[in-house]
Design a protein around this ligand. Sequence first.
Ligand code: PHB
Length: 391
Amino acid sequence: MRRRTVLSAAGAALAMLALGGTASAQEAMKIGLILPMTGPFASTGRQIEAAVKLYMQQNGDTVAGKKIQLIVKDDTGVADVTKRLAQELIVNEKVGVIAGFGLTPLALAPAPLATQAKVPAVVMAAATATITEASPYIVRTSFTLPQATVPMANWASENGIKKVVTLVSDYGPGIDAEKAFSGAFSAKGGQVENMRVPLANPDFSPFLQKVADAKPDALFVFVPSGVGAQFMKQFVERGLDKSGIKLIGPGDVTDDDILNGMGDVALGAITTQHYSAAHDSPENKAFVEAFKKANNGMRPNFMAVGGYDGMHLIYEGLKKSNGAGGEALVNAMKGLSWTSPRGPVTIDPQTRDIIQNIYVRKVERVNGELYNVEFATIPNVKDPVKAAKSN
Ligand code: PHB
């Protein structure tokens, strides 16, 4: 009873905000950045917060006459907390944008609030394809797993790989990766077997034993950013590094935040993704150098570039909407194009996902450090799940 009263009061406050009291009427534009700053996915929070702050440092804090004010909140990686924080930020702090969202469940939880209050939600990390369909106020600067994964299936089938076992974290993005890979790879005549491992406290060893017994040409892996180190340790412990089974997958497993700590076992892994710290462009060289300088030498990963581009999207959107928030800001974001550290990008006006190059990369040692070295580019890739729906 009491809970219902509290909820409906919050609902009324959200509805009132949507009616007139939006942040666009004020001089400040507050941005609520909700991230896992503690817990098992804290590396994602650390990378995105650092990138957002770097963007503001480089581009100032006044846009279209609005003073940009950043409020960072730690959701500890728990979806109920993300939702409560989003509600507090919208109702009490009157933020004009919510942003961040380190994992899929954390991006989905506040989606109804964004819709109800007409507050744009910029998803900088989470990557299950359906997320942008949860609210017309969601705009994404990260990627989708099917977008990163279909090129992996194509590369594998064109490079003599016939039999693959997939091993994915058992939740949204893992299931997306498994389906995208299996569909595209078997359509080209490949043979594939699927395995899923729990997201929380994963023990890979029983699965890796099965992989060793199955003797596929390649093991396809998706684990979320930060978990790859633990996976790689068990990969070695099970002797799979000496089995001749090739390691492939979307780039999350060899994420730049942890890659250099993995050692020689990672050498030769082939992955497909939208960002490598080794991407060869003047924009990326400047980004990596500034990011490292501001963060004690920490190397930016794909989460950082999602945060950096997310801020760019908010800034450029505000310029285009003349400082207006709400629906005007979302509309202004649609169709924006720019040169990111990852390469050329565009916000798809139909889906509010990001259209971007996907690169095929191989882990190599460069000047004593491990990097995902890009060797092929598939240009301007859209999320294939939504592209198939619209055909
Ligand atoms: C997600 O939960 O959507 C997610 C998290 C980390 C990744 C990719 C996807 O590396």
